[in-house]
Design a protein around this ligand. Structure first.
Ligand SMILES: Nc1ncnc2c1ncn2[C@@H]1O[C@H](COP(=O)(O)OP(=O)(O)OP(=O)(O)O)[C@@H](O)[C@H]1O
Length: 281
């Protein structure tokens, strides 16, 4: 679906942001690029919709080199959500969400219908449609940002630290909403974060990067936690300090899951798992 082939980016001031990256992103999956500040995540993301052009190598979307695509059309066809939502301040919520459908020449009533549907999809009350972005909370603005990106019905959704500026509770809510939406929509999502918990919550695949856009590990969340490639990944996961090492302890009250200090975190799940499709009952 999206292929980075020997991709490098050197900015005009000589900064080597990304060096010889080889990466394949699956259609319909959420791939999270995770790594500390400045490791090249945003640079990689922006190469997909040509906000940044590589200095070497190629980025292919469905087999086509994006360098040969019209950048304006590409940006309309690829959804983009960023931190701080990037909403137009003098346009209402509904006007913001309708931007791309109207630019594409869709009839006004169809664009409005789609905008209202997307507001509902991201959990925004219809009454907010006529507010301006400054009249919304940070979390609500991010929801509008997601609705705006989805209103264009893109196959690909690029998300650059979209929930970075909201408090932890709202952030967890937004992550859960996105996971719910994605289970239904199956978009190809590329999600950038420096937060490993967020990566584990959302990623079908997680690509761990370090300085210079070097890929340290590309794995499913379970593989990453079970088999971190090296100390860098272990530290980034918080395994080096034991944060993810949980224990099951027997107590007079029953079995309890604790952290490495013995602090109770929860219990071992008792819920029945749904049967795999196709297996005999
Ligand atoms: N326009 C630019 N000109 C020069 N250097 C740049 C430019 N944009 C980014 N860089 C540099 O390229 C490197 C990678 O930046 P990038 O924004 O891709 O990293 P990041 O992993 O997304 O970081 P963050 O998590 O802080 O957003 C950094 O060293 C950054 O300073």
């Amino acid at each position: 679906m999206i292929d980075f082939q020997h991709v490098s980016k050197e900015y005009p001031d000589g900064t080597k942001a990304v060096n010889n990256v080889e990466l394949h992103l699956e259609k319909g999956a959420c791939t999270v690029l995770v790594g500390s500040s400045g490791c090249g995540k945003t640079t990689l993301l922006r190469m997909i919709n040509r906000m940044v052009d590589p200095t070497k190598g190629q980025v292919l979307v469905n087999g086509q080199d994006v360098a040969t695509a019209d950048p304006v059309k590409l940006r309309r066809d690829v959804g983009y959500v960023m931190q701080g939502s990037g909403l137009l301040p003098h346009r209402t919520v509904l006007q913001n969400i309708q931007t791309v459908p109207l630019l594409r020449g869709e009839p006004k009533d169809e664009a409005l219908r789609r905008a209202k549907l997307q507001m509902k999809n991201v959990g925004l009350d219809a009454s907010m449609g006529h507010r301006y972005p400054a009249q919304l909370s940070g979390g609500q603005q991010q929801r509008v940002g997601v609705a705006r990106a989805l209103a264009a019905d893109p196959d690909i959704l690029l998300m650059d630290e979209p929930f970075g500026a909201v408090d932890p509770l709202v952030r967890a809510e937004l992550q859960a909403e996105l996971a719910r939406l994605q289970a239904e929509l199956k978009k190809t999502i590329v999600f950038v974060t420096h937060d490993m918990d967020e990566a584990l919550a959302l990623g079908d695949r997680i690509v761990v990067l370090r300085a210079g856009g070097e890929i340290v590990q590309d794995a499913t969340p379970a593989e990453l936690v079970a088999n971190p490639a090296n100390d860098f990944v272990r530290t980034f996961l918080g395994m080096a300090d034991g944060r993810r090492t949980l224990e099951v302890r027997s107590t007079p009250e029953g079995q309890v899951v604790t952290d490495r200090f013995g602090r109770p975190l929860g219990v071992v799940g008792q819920q029945e798992k749904p049967m795999e499709p196709g297996l005999p009952a």
